[in-house]
Design a protein around this ligand. Structure first.
Ligand SMILES: [Zn+2]
Length: 277
């Protein structure tokens, strides 16, 4: 059984500030990247206890070079580095037994979502697919679903865990902290979080038979609200995108892989508009 883990950082136990997640930060980041890595290790150990044989990990935060190799067992594969065409969903493919999301966080705009955003707070104000406001977890879950692969486990703050449970009720959720607004949290300790994640991963494997691939029904409409009008100015230049308002664009396609690629291209292009000419 081949398990794939996409690991983010903002949803790690204890994390409540960008400084803890910023690779440029020399004080707090080295501490919290270790906790992030240890949470991934806990998910790996739980997956193995639940029957996983091979494990692939996609480092999915910021520059995607966060995981500490010496915190991982020797017999896993790790995708690291940015930029990857499928970003947080790079490496998803048919034939996987299931997907884990660790260290995930609430979507942009969510109340009490610690460091809540959806891919990029600088560029995107809201992401909807078929009218559903999407977290990174939901967008990436649909990419797994495209390949017929279910999401089995999500770990992170309570808001994202509850949000995913609404759409993917078969997922095992481990909430490691409760947000107090955007920049504070009431959290488990890293040790306790890791124990809960390990147990959750084991449980997720046990329930794998009930899990379903999550998909959006075609025709699929991607609606983006950009943080600024200049972001939409850039994105609408891409063939296939339609400008729907001052800060909004739309892209429609039957194929979710094409939707996801359009999404990645759009937030990268939209981000270029943030650079002052
Ligand atoms: Zn992140």
């Amino acid at each position: 059984m081949h398990v794939y883990i996409s690991c983010d950082m903002e949803g790690t136990a204890g994390v409540c500030s960008w400084r803890q997640c910023d690779p440029q930060n020399r004080h707090e980041y080295p501490i919290y990247r270790r906790y992030m890595s240890q949470e991934v290790r806990a998910a790996i150990d739980g997956a193995r206890e639940g029957g996983a044989t091979t494990i692939a990990i996609n480092d999915s935060h910021s520059d995607m070079r966060n995981l500490l190799w010496d915190e991982l067992p020797p017999d896993v594969r790790v995708i690291s580095g940015s930029r990857k065409p499928f970003s947080m969903a790079q490496g998803l493919q048919p034939g996987l037994a299931g997907v884990f999301f660790t260290g995930y966080h609430a979507k942009v705009g969510d109340r009490d979502g610690v460091l809540a955003h959806t891919y990029t707070a600088e560029t995107l104000y809201e992401v909807r697919v078929n009218g559903v406001p999407c977290s990174e977890a939901l967008l990436n879950a649909a990419m797994a679903g495209y390949y017929g692969v279910p999401v089995l486990l999500i770990t992170g703050d309570r808001v994202v865990v509850d949000d995913v449970a609404q759409h993917l009720p078969w997922v095992t959720g481990v909430a490691v902290k409760d947000g107090i607004g955007h920049y504070a949290a009431d959290s488990l300790t890293p040790n306790a979080a890791q124990a809960a994640i390990r147990a959750g991963a084991r449980e997720a494997m046990r329930r794998a038979g009930e899990a379903k691939p999550f998909t959006f029904a075609p025709p699929i409409t991607l609606s983006l609200e950009t943080a600024r009008a200049e972001g939409a100015d850039f994105i609408e230049l891409m063939p296939g995108f339609e400008r729907t308002g001052g800060r909004s664009v739309r892209f429609v396609h039957d194929d979710y892989r094409t939707i996801f690629r359009a999404f990645v291209a759009a937030f990268r292009l939209g981000g270029a508009a943030n650079v002052t000419p």
